[in-house]
Write a protein that binds this ligand. Structure first.
Ligand SMILES: CC(C)(COP(=O)(O)OP(=O)(O)OC[C@H]1O[C@@H](n2cnc3c(N)ncnc32)[C@H](O)[C@@H]1OP(=O)(O)O)[C@@H](O)C(=O)NCCC(=O)NCCS
Length: 308
């Protein structure tokens, strides 16, 4: 399965490091209990395979267990014969027996294929943001590397941000740790300097009051996830100002994010907002009548960190 999918989804890792990253993800507490790969086989041949995640979603105020499907792949010799469809149908069937109530995936192909399987798109917006640079100076605020002790505060900030949304992942400490680990593995296994992952917090009274996880590659930043205890988000904006002030002579990076629309720190302006390239899709599993009235992008909180 790794041989088949490496050229498409290794994010630039060598085949060996792609395998290392996968095995390491499975050794994390969250990965060990919530992630695996499944395949449809024909004797010794792998026909079609996929990644399977066990996610927890807050949808219209209720927590639902959700099957997350990723990396659907059919070997070229078997394509166009319904193999992917069969694999997906079996995945959905198993999910029902395991008590999951919805299935979710990100489509990288035109969504018609998944629409035929009753998935509907969820609108997500990618923003390009600009940061007011405070005339190049760093704000007078302590910003330090985030670590283990910050996770409880991060979960609180995350949950606070999700309460007003109709659709948001229910993010546990293990899940956040898993996602940061996944980003760090990718940065660490690529050639040195190709990509960096930063996890920063602003602290007050020994407690993280704002945080940010960002990745940088080729002069582009992606804010993977972020939070601020204060709804106005000013300390989060100040973290970004501090990051930019570290390298005043460098060309300004392009900064992108899948940012909740309710959180716009005063130091930021939105330069562009477009639908995300990868289309998030969802469908109920058991009960076709489970209400899923159309969602707007403003009602969804989904961090790029949680893209699978
Ligand atoms: C997409 C993929 C998994 C389909 O596998 P498959 O076993 O051939 O799929 P099925 O036979 O069940 O269904 C075929 C349908 O897939 C859809 N499809 C396949 N490739 C597609 C593509 N690149 N763009 C849009 N639709 C595509 C078509 O609707 C096709 O229907 P058709 O045969 O009537 O034209 C396979 O082409 C593949 O592995 N592609 C590379 C990896 C990939 O892009 N995966 C999807 C990630 S979201």
């Amino acid at each position: 399965m790794l041989d088949d999918t490496c050229s498409l989804w290794s994010d630039g890792l060598s085949r060996e490091n792609y395998g290392t990253s996968w095995r390491a993800q499975l050794k994390t507490p969250w990965g060990a209990a919530h992630l695996d790969r499944v395949a449809l086989v024909d004797g010794p041949h792998i026909v079609s395979s996929a990644k399977r995640y066990d996610l927890s979603l807050r949808l219209d105020g209720r927590i639902r267990r959700v099957l997350g499907i990723g990396a659907v792949f059919t070997a070229e010799a078997y394509r166009g014969r319904g193999a992917a469809r069969e694999l997906l149908a079996r995945l959905l069937e198993t999910a029902v027996t395991e008590g999951q109530e919805f299935a979710m995936l990100f489509s990288e192909i035109p969504p018609a294929f998944y629409e035929r399987l009753e998935f509907v798109p969820v609108p997500l917006t990618e923003w390009v943001i600009e940061v007011d640079q405070k005339r190049g100076g760093a704000p007078g605020m302590l910003v330090r590397a985030g670590d283990e002790r910050d996770l409880p505060s991060i979960i609180e900030m995350s949950a606070l941000r999700a309460t007003g949304a109709r659709l948001a992942l229910d993010r546990s400490e293990d899940f956040v740790r898993f996602n940061i680990t996944r980003k760090r593995l990718l940065s660490g296994l690529l050639p040195s300097g190709a990509r960096t992952t930063e996890f920063l917090v602003a602290e007050e009274g020994y407690q993280a009051v704002a945080y940010l996880v960002a990745t940088e590659q080729d002069g582009r930043w992606m804010i993977e996830e972020a939070g601020d205890r204060d709804p106005a988000g000013a300390r989060l904006g100040a973290i970004l100002q501090a990051m930019l002030a570290r390298h005043p002579s460098e060309k300004l990076p392009e900064i992108r994010c899948w940012w909740p629309q309710s959180l716009v720190p005063p130091q930021l302006t939105v330069a562009a907002a477009t639908p995300t390239q990868e289309v998030l899709m969802i469908r109920p599993l058991r009960d076709r009548l489970l209400p899923l009235p159309p969602l707007t992008a403003a009602e969804v909180v989904y961090w790029h960190s949680d893209y699978f």
